[in-house]
Design a protein around this ligand. Structure first.
Ligand code: SAH
Length: 212
């Protein structure tokens, strides 16, 4: 398929998977029209990249379903200048979407091979507002905090306490919490009176592997 063909698939994804399910933020939709998701999937799977489901990316990990990436991104309410922390770089697709919408993205991945591959793809797309780290993201990245948004792409048993501690005032944290396949996607907002929690939906993510 050529790039025009992929652009048609992207528009179709936006019209059938994102808009009807409540993704209404114009900047988020524009990012989904722009970022070539087929660059982030395994060789030979480009034609599957825009379908309505996750895909394997190696190392028993997955690139999340487009709608879930969009829902998590929209819930951060990004305007363009924010500092965002992403836990679970994976393929780097979500990282690219965030880099389109925020000022700078700090992304942490525990598996060096996935981080290296994502860095390569994102460099080929000329993103210059992303910093990468290999390690346990459940500890956050305190040297660069506080963050206006934190997005966690792997499911935690409980909310790792280091993460809300690195949120700025008014900052937003989106994270799947739960064990096995019983997970909920939560949005936490760091309000003046304390941390507010909203349950966005049920979900299925790979586990967040935390170092002891
Ligand atoms: N947003 C990614 C999703 C990747 S799946 C994408 O769309 O491609 C989740 C990723 O989280 C996996 O790559 C996994 O290796 C990583 N991960 C799991 N536990 C982690 C931890 N404690 N710190 C950092 N990354 C972690």
């Amino acid at each position: 398929m050529n790039e025009e063909g992929y652009a048609v698939l992207r528009e179709d994804m936006v019209q059938t998977q994102l808009i009807p399910r409540g993704i209404t933020d114009g900047r988020v939709l524009e990012a989904f029209r722009h970022v070539p998701r087929h660059f982030f999937v395994e060789a030979g799977q480009g034609h599957l990249a825009y379908r309505d489901h996750p895909l394997a990316i190696g190392e028993e990990q997955t690139i999340s379903q487009p709608y879930i990436v969009a829902l998590m991104t929209q819930s951060l309410g990004l305007q363009g200048e924010e500092k965002v922390l992403e836990i679970g770089t994976g393929s780097g697709y979500q990282t690219a979407i965030l880099a389109e919408l925020a000022g700078h993205v700090y992304t942490v991945e525990r598996l060096p091979s996935l981080s290296a591959k994502a860095q390569q793809v994102l460099a080929s797309l000329h993103y210059s507002n992303i910093s990468f780290k290999t390690g346990d993201g459940s500890k956050g990245w305190p040297e660069h905090g506080p963050f206006d948004g934190i997005l966690v792409a792997a499911a935690a048993g409980i909310l790792p306490p280091a993460l809300p501690a690195q949120l700025s005032r008014g900052g937003r944290l989106v994270i799947p919490v739960g064990r096995g396949w019983q997970q909920d996607l939560y949005l936490y907002i760091n309000e003046e009176g304390g941390l507010l929690r909203h349950n966005l939906c049920g979900c299925r993510f790979v586990p967040l592997i935390e170092e002891k």
